[in-house]
Design a protein around this ligand. Structure first.
Ligand code: ACM
Length: 289
């Protein structure tokens, strides 16, 4: 279905963090001798995967199955938000750090990601990881998704790695759309933080600090919609449209040609197109904040 529409779906299986549900089902892949519960709250959890041979064998099985389903070049392996508490306290992890001659737990994370990268590369696939995978040294062929602002993306481009820019303060569609925030909108992420349409429109995915050669590594921007507070398809569409129209123009239009007023004028006709497709969009584009 996606391919017929020239869309490539990139699946993400987030490792070694964001894995608590996996640990609830397979506690032997964790670092502590314990049972785990599927978390009832979103966020960052201390229980992460332990870099045991058993874990890598399990992950190779999972990624093999994933590659059967998704034919695209890229597999996203996550790599974000990995508290190191469990690895610091684990005699197994500390012995592994010594055995491999690593400096610390950040380098252990790089070892983890590199092993998975090597496996996926051997099957002809490439990995994407969040910017945290830079911390202990980047995997040789990885593409970086820069979400903590742009610094991770800038560092990766300078190291000649492809980059997808998705700085959360500009391109996280789960944040409020207006200054009024939760006083006017359904409960969402980010207490007083909001991203009005113009901020997305004005975003330039190519940081000015990069040279023309380094800029070639910026593949483009990405909008993210995390759904912890998104309870319906209608809400998802409302947070996404017409923001994604602004993002498309930000991606495809070079700076001197961008003009927000002109964009909003054209949007007035384009929303009729969205209406005909039964896409529910936010009316906030009419605001000037
Ligand atoms: C992320 O928002 N943790 C990628």
């Amino acid at each position: 279905y996606a391919r017929q529409r020239f869309i490539t779906i990139i699946p993400e299986i987030d490792i070694p963090g964001h894995s608590q549900a996996l640990l609830a089902a397979y506690p032997q892949l964790g670092c502590i001798d314990s049972s785990y519960q599927v978390s009832r709250q979103w966020g960052v959890h201390k229980d992460i995967l332990c870099p045991k041979e058993e874990t890598f064998a399990f992950l190779e099985d999972v990624f093999t199955e994933l590659m059967d389903i998704f034919p695209g070049k890229y597999i996203h392996i996550g790599g974000d938000e990995v508290p190191k508490d469990r690895w610091k306290a684990s005699p197994f992890c500390q012995a592994l750090i010594k055995k491999l001659g690593l400096k610390d737990e950040h380098e252990l994370q790089s070892y983890f990601i590199r092993r998975i990268e090597k496996f996926l590369n051997s099957k002809g696939r490439a990995i994407i990881g969040w910017d945290e995978i830079l911390e202990g040294g980047i995997a040789p062929n990885a593409t970086i998704m820069s979400w903590h602002g742009e610094n991770g993306g800038i560092a990766a481009a300078k190291e000649k790695h492809p980059v997808i820019m998705t700085p959360s303060a500009f391109l996280y569609f789960n944040f409020y759309q207006t200054k009024q925030g939760k006083a006017a909108e359904p409960l969402s992420n980010g207490n007083n933080f909001y991203i009005p349409l113009q901020k997305i429109y004005d975003y330039n995915p190519i940081p000015s600090v990069l040279t023309p050669d380094e800029s070639k590594y910026i593949l483009g921007p990405q909008g993210c919609l995390w759904t912890e507070y998104v309870a319906s398809e209608e809400r998802a569409e409302n947070l996404t449209f017409p923001r994604v129209c602004a993002l498309a123009e930000a991606a495809w239009t070079s700076l001197p040609k961008k003009n927000y007023t002109d964009f909003v004028n054209r949007l007035n006709s384009n929303v009729e197109h969205l209406r005909r497709m039964n896409i529910r969009f936010s009316e906030y584009y009419r605001l000037t904040n």
